[in-house]
Design a binder for this molecule. Sequence first.
Ligand code: TXA
Ligand code: MG
Length: 316
Amino acid sequence: MQTETLRPDSAGHARAAAILRAGGLVAMPTETVYGLAGDARNDTAVARIFEAKGRPRFNPLIVHLPDPDAARDYVEWPHRADALARAFWPGPLTLVLPLKAGAGLSPLVTAGLPTLAVRVPAHPVARALLTEFGGPLAAPSANPSGRISPTTAAHVKAGLDGRIEAILDGGPCDVGLESTIVGLDGETPVLLRPGGLPQEALEAALGQPLADRHTGDPLTAPGQMSSHYAPDAPLRLNAGAAREGEVLLGFGLVDCALNLSRAGDLVEAAANLFHHLHALDAQGARAIAVSPIPDRGLGRAINDRLRRAAAPRPPG
Ligand code: TXA
Ligand code: MG
């Protein structure tokens, strides 16, 4: 299959929507990372998403919608969800809520769970595509399973060329980290994945702290297993300096070629993280040492991704 690259203009949006209507797959830019979109109502399209990524079928997908009203067609909507949707949608927040019966989605999307993850993205190209397509789009990050998420069209092409119909090129993603996922299907709101929206902002809007994900329960977040977001080279975290054979990925005022943010700005560091890890892969780095990153604001999501990247890899 030839993967087309589409420009983010009205002709590109129309072509992308036509591909999606025919059950094809389109990588689309969002403000967090590029997503691999397919019609969430079409079993074949959803099955092809898993296929293209090499993703295990038990790991459910996020459904992307044009506005909060559309989300209510697919999930039960508790009062608490209103406060978060009003404060942060469109934006880098995903809510996990009870799936509505008869919502019409492919059962593959939720991997059999009674809940559904929904998100209203802010990126103008994602929004234009959702409007043009006029339906729910299932979209995981547009990378081969277990690898670093893509923040440019070139990253998507490097990982999925020939496996998907098209890539809508909307330039680099602003946030650079996947959305923050909050579970609202139980008594207390739970932080299922730290991400592009800081926990502090969520807790302020909710007026209560978020509970930690119960790590022992594999069903709560099937995709949250140890090794993930991995570059080719092994990573060493909280490094004061590079040892022999290592390339240093710096933060703040350290002497190195590749720095997440010389100014020590966590927003800038988040936007650069996957970009720099892809660059280290591309340059064939053998071992990577990473400076300490403060564990607050977006730093928590950055440290989460770095810990996963440094975790022992499954064989193969
Ligand atoms: O920023 C993002 O969230 C990007 C863009 C494209 O929207 N998407 C993304 O999707 O990161 P993905 O599939 O790479 O990560 C979604 C995570 C997975 O870890 C999955 O297990 C979890 O969300 N998830 C999906 N549905 C869930 C559910 N019903 N309950 C708990 N976790 C769920
Ligand atoms: Mg992913």
